[in-house]
Design a protein around this ligand. Structure first.
Ligand SMILES: [Cu+2]
Length: 316
């Protein structure tokens, strides 16, 4: 199967997932993701580095389903890859030795699971050595929308953004070195240091945007191999936070929210409605922030209406 064809299938599968997320009835959602070992840009300058990817990007495609849906999943380890790979959905309750087993290049792995718990979850490759497969880019986000939909406890957001923090290591860093943090170069935000921060990186061309007073919902996942993330919206307060994104886990008025490795949270920010403002969404552990973990959210009249809506929630 050509890479082009398989990427098209992923796009189709993800589009189907997004469409199927709205009906109240449980659905079977087909998701196919090819593993592609390839060179991709790892910073705003366009520096290329060989990474191991789900679907050709770091992070991989966003999978979005509704609570109760059956995810009918196929992992395709592309012919031409050198490594065995696997898929570990944190939204699934299955058998680690069965569904999450690794497959060799040229092989596929098919399994199904029911998305029983709403929330925001990491998915990642669990093939041995796991630290290297995650450290080289094999992770993504699955959102399971609650079957009750929106309500008083879980208000409808005006915009939604997916943010994944992770690690970049120098090319050639071994698994043993990654485990100790050797060869670490930067914090990646959706695959690039300072991805949405032109203040700290003149090569950055993107920012997150909203209109003043809008409710902006962040689906956050920590894909660092060893580090937690202390997520703080500078010049703001998280209006509400849901641990792992479950609507039952509501906390209000949080300044900094600690997300452990391989976990996630849903966090709402509501900016002042009577003026333009900016927030910096940072890992307030300074090593994380100053090495790439800062994103600007501009809350201003005339915000790009296409950002943070429908299929455009992970900005590349
Ligand atoms: Cu892998």
């Amino acid at each position: 199967m050509s890479i082009f064809k398989s990427i098209k299938q992923v796009t189709a599968a993800i589009a189907a997932a997004a469409i199927l997320a709205s009906p109240a009835m449980a659905e079977v959602v087909k998701v196919e993701i090819p593993v592609i070992e390839k060179e991709i840009a790892v910073d705003n300058k366009g520096t290329m580095q060989t990474m191991w990817t789900f679907g050709g990007t770091v992070p991989g495609p966003v999978v979005r389903v509704k609570e109760g849906d059956i995810v009918d999943f196929t992992l395709i380890n592309e012919e031409g890859n050198k490594q065995s790979h696997s898929m570990d959905f944190h939204a699934a309750a299955v058998d680690v030795l069965d569904e999450f087993a690794a497959v060799k290049p040229g092989e596929k792995k098919h399994f199904k699971f029911k998305a029983t718990s709403p929330g925001v979850f990491i998915y990642h490759c669990g093939a041995d050595p796991m630290v290297e497969h995650i450290g080289r880019g094999m992770y993504g986000v699955i959102i399971v929308d609650p079957k009750e939909g929106y309500g008083e406890n879980y208000p409808k957001p005006d915009r939604e953004y997916v943010i994944v923090h992770s690690d970049l290591f120098e090319p050639g860093t071994t698994a043993e070195q990654m485990l100790e943090g050797d060869g670490w170069t930067s914090t990646l935000v959706n695959g690039k240091a300072f991805h949405y921060d032109p203040l700290h990186d003149p090569n950055a061309s993107l920012m997150l945007q909203s209109e003043p007073g809008e409710r902006v919902r962040f689906y956050f996942v920590n894909a660092h191999v060893n580090k937690s993330v202390a997520l703080h919206p500078i010049a703001g307060i998280w209006e509400r936070v849901y641990n792992s994104g479950h609507p039952f886990n509501l906390e209000k008025g949080i300044q900094t929210y600690l997300v452990p490795a391989a976990s996630g949270a849903t966090l709402d920010l509501v900016s002042p409605s009577d003026r333009d403002t900016n927030n910096a969404i940072v890992d307030h552990q300074m090593k994380g922030a100053l090495n790439g973990g800062i994103s600007v959210l501009m809350n201003a009249e005339g915000a790009d209406p296409s950002l943070g809506k429908k299929g455009n929630i992970l900005i590349r």
